[in-house]
Write a protein that binds this ligand. Structure first.
Ligand SMILES: [Zn+2]
Length: 462
């Protein structure tokens, strides 16, 4: 893609999410080789480019960034026995089904999840793959992602604490620490690209306190820091986990993380629902990030994370749809709506004033979109995405405001995206390349993918 240029013009509103949160009316941008060179009013931009798009009547946003997912779970959505279970029972129901997955299942489910994410406005996705049955490898996911064209932060997950050792997963889906660490190192050396504009980064991600040994946590942190890659795991998702950590380790979940050297600017945790005020201070001091997954937390009855308290303390908070067996969808823009609504519900339940006092205003649509853009970029340790600014990646989405669901709301197009029910985006561009146009994936044969995916899912459930 040498010297390829793209120009967008005449957007009704271009939301930059830059340091000043500029929102430019009649805006556009010009990008070369995947990076933004100019941004501003349409009249101040170049006349032409290799690709020119007239976005009259559209709102343009930085591409949304997903900080937590398990792509493979798209194969096990709405499984009857797991529909009404809390986390631990949900996992125990699903582990034996997941144990039947093959490399092709990982490949296919990755494509399905990324297709759904792309249509919902996601341009960068982090995934957490933590079981590798029947010869599956993280490479299967990486291959599929490169075909869809989204940026990927592929977390090499792992489980090493089986039932016989006091862990939650059956022994059949856990691996030896030696193998996990060797494979982690192989993946970093083969794939990790830390440069600006990177399309692929590797993350080390032992699964959770109840499925991994302390020794694997310590060794994974050591290895990650040797190579400068990030660390990720689930934390403080449910009360069951808190009880497990207190019983087994004598610490609350965050205390356990501190004991295995898992705090720092290079660490982000999914969920962080059962976190107290003292622990929020530790998050802020250490620089740990949070992947907020509101739908999953509601779906599994886990609780509501203290997002406003995290943000007030200066903690990095991003947004995640979580795995598709506990959401059960991958619509990132809709997830921003869930984040806004759940924050408001929590405030109400906590007794926050809902009076007319503006200083206690409710969590806003713009704050919610900020989680999904700048917030998520910070959580993933990226400075080149999450906002539309000169020098940043040309990752952006556009949504036509002339839709039934926004009728009556276009006086504030940004709020409309979150307050109103929302569908798929009209345009999704990653690194200057069009992935979605007219609400359709450019490179993916969707009917064929869906048919193949459903065949794989019914095999797993049979
Ligand atoms: Zn998860």
């Amino acid at each position: 893609m040498e010297n390829q240029t793209i120009l967008i013009k005449y957007a009704a509103l271009l939301v930059t999410m830059d340091g000043h949160r500029r929102e430019i009316r009649d805006g556009g941008l010009f990008a070369r080789n995947g990076f933004i060179e100019q941004i501003g009013k349409s009249e101040d931009l170049p006349e032409t480019a290799d690709q020119v798009l007239d976005l009259t009547g559209h709102v343009v946003l930085p591409g949304l960034i997903n900080t937590h997912h398990h792509f493979y779970q798209t194969l096990t959505r709405a499984v009857p026995a797991a529909q009404n279970a809390n986390l631990f029972n949900w996992l125990k129901t699903l582990y034996p089904i997941w144990a039947k997955m093959t490399p092709d299942d990982i490949y296919t489910s990755t494509k399905t999840a990324l297709a759904e994410l792309a249509l919902s406005g996601c341009t960068t996705a982090s995934d957490h793959l933590y079981l590798f049955p029947n010869g599956s490898r993280l490479d299967d996911e990486i291959d599929a992602a490169s075909e869809v064209g989204l940026r990927l932060h592929a977390s090499r997950g792992s489980m090493s604490l089986g039932e016989s050792q006091g862990g939650l997963p059956p022994d059949s889906v856990v691996d030896s620490e030696e193998f996990i660490l060797k494979d982690s190192q192989r993946l970093i050396q083969r794939y990790h690209d830390p440069k600006p504009g990177s399309m692929l980064q590797i993350v080390l991600a032992p699964c959770s306190p109840f499925s991994v040994t302390g020794e694997l946590m310590v060794q994974s942190a050591k290895l990650a820091r040797e190579y400068g890659v990030q660390l990720h795991t689930h934390l403080a998702e449910t009360q069951d986990e808190e009880v497990f950590c207190l019983d087994k380790f004598g610490y609350r979940p965050l205390g356990y993380m501190q004991s295995v050297d898992w705090v720092g600017n290079d660490v982000w945790f999914a969920h962080c629902v059962h976190i107290n005020q003292d622990e929020i201070k530790i998050f802020a001091q250490e620089g740990c990030g949070v992947a907020h997954c509101p739908s999953s937390n509601m779906r599994l009855g886990s609780g509501a994370a203290p997002i406003i308290d995290f943000l007030n303390a200066g903690v990095k908070v991003g947004l995640g749809v979580d795995g598709s067996a506990s959401n059960d969808g991958s619509h990132l823009l809709a997830e921003a709506r869930q984040a806004m609504l759940l924050a408001r519900l929590r405030a109400g339940l906590m007794g926050a004033s809902l009076s007319t006092d503006e200083s206690t205003g409710l969590f806003s649509a713009r704050q919610s979109l900020e989680l999904a853009t700048r917030g998520s970029a910070a959580v993933l340790g990226r400075k080149d995405i999450g906002s539309l600014e000169v020098g940043n990646c040309a990752d952006f989405i556009a949504i036509d405001l002339n839709r039934l669901e926004y009728a009556g709301a276009i006086h504030d197009p940004v709020a409309a995206l979150v307050f109103c029910q929302t569908g798929n985006v009209d345009l999704n561009v990653v690194h200057g390349k069009i992935i979605v146009k007219d609400q359709r994936l450019v490179e993916i044969d969707l009917p064929e993918l869906i048919a193949h995916h459903n065949k794989a899912a019914s095999r797993l459930l049979s």
